[in-house]
Design a protein around this ligand. Sequence first.
Ligand SMILES: NC(=O)c1ccc[n+]([C@@H]2O[C@H](COP(=O)([O-])OP(=O)(O)OC[C@H]3O[C@@H](n4cnc5c(N)ncnc54)[C@H](O)[C@@H]3O)[C@@H](O)[C@H]2O)c1
Ligand SMILES: [Zn+2]
Length: 368
Amino acid sequence: MAKSDIYHQLVIQCASHEYPIYIGNQLLTDVELLRRHVIANQVLIVTNNTIAPLYLAAIKQAFAGMQCDEVVLPDGEQHKNQHSLSVIYDALIQSRHHRDTTLIALGGGVIGDITGFAAATYQRGVRFIQLPTTLLAQVDASVGGKTAINHQTGKNMIGSFHQPQAVIMDLNALSTLPQREFRAGLGEVIKYGLLVGGEFLNTLDELLSDERFTFSSPALADLIARCCQIKAGFVEEDEKETGRRALLNLGHTFAHALEAYTHYQRWLHGEAVAIGLYCATLLSWQMGYIESTTLALVDSLLNKAKLPSRIPKDIDLIHLQALMFNDKKISNKMLRVVLIRRPGDCYLESGVPEESLRQVLMNAVEGE
Ligand SMILES: NC(=O)c1ccc[n+]([C@@H]2O[C@H](COP(=O)([O-])OP(=O)(O)OC[C@H]3O[C@@H](n4cnc5c(N)ncnc54)[C@H](O)[C@@H]3O)[C@@H](O)[C@H]2O)c1
Ligand SMILES: [Zn+2]
């Protein structure tokens, strides 16, 4: 078995709890590391039927000799729901998991979010470990302690904040990830680039300009670590999203509406975020905050990452706009959108006029 290599070890320091993030190679086969944050003699691994054949056996092997149960859910965002949650609770109760058990989320953001919420609520909260296997989950979903399931009326409508004991990111897991999923993760990476600007944005531009940039690029470990640090910076300051953490929603008011409009079928989350980033930048430009060069930069980054950036022609903009007003990040019926003053300087605008929004949606349509 290949030896594991930890390239980065970060510590997330929230008011409620402190925990490590490990980034490296072959970490999913590192028995000592996997067991390090388990305190009792029982674990429940939650994964899905795409990931199970690839990685479940290795994880189970690490917990040989203790009670190791598993729940293999069907794959897909549509299963991030109450039914999947009940399946997890049933397994925990039937197999008599105690308060000191550890849930292990093996998969992308969907598995991480459901498992985290199950851990947050089972017996008023038990431990869990994130083993994120998508780029999106590594740079975003597994960090910060937001957990949730969807309700038929909206995404992530039921959830809570619950920080994991540890996040273990194995870069090798990305080798089996479809290219499209990898690129979707880059949507969130570009979001971080706009949030912090500076050197990170330049490095990102260089990496994306290189045709050979892929999951096995040596620069990827540093890129992921930097993204985790950026997200950690926002989370540590504002764990429960009462202020600055909301900036992480850059592009997301648009993305959530696009996802809801298409019933989560048409775009991957990171792809919808990519279109959302373009819309948010266009709105910032339209409101006179940024130069057209920044708009061109965002367009070019999304292009280099081979991500969509425009709203397809068949989308009914009136319906889309109505969905934006349904987003739960609305207070006092005013639309709140994260806007860009310049890369590295974003802020939450709480009074976007309906007319400006309408204009932006029209101008973001493909071919316009
Ligand atoms: N909690 C948060 O802060 C947060 C932040 C961002 C996104 N999210 C949530 O994350 C979800 C999106 O996450 P995602 O993009 O990881 O999607 P996902 O979990 O659906 O994974 C994408 C696809 O890749 C497959 N897969 C995962 N790892 C693989 C691997 N190593 N090899 C082959 N296939 C693999 C999955 O089975 C799935 O089909 C959304 O539900 C979103 O709401 C949460
Ligand atoms: Zn996102």
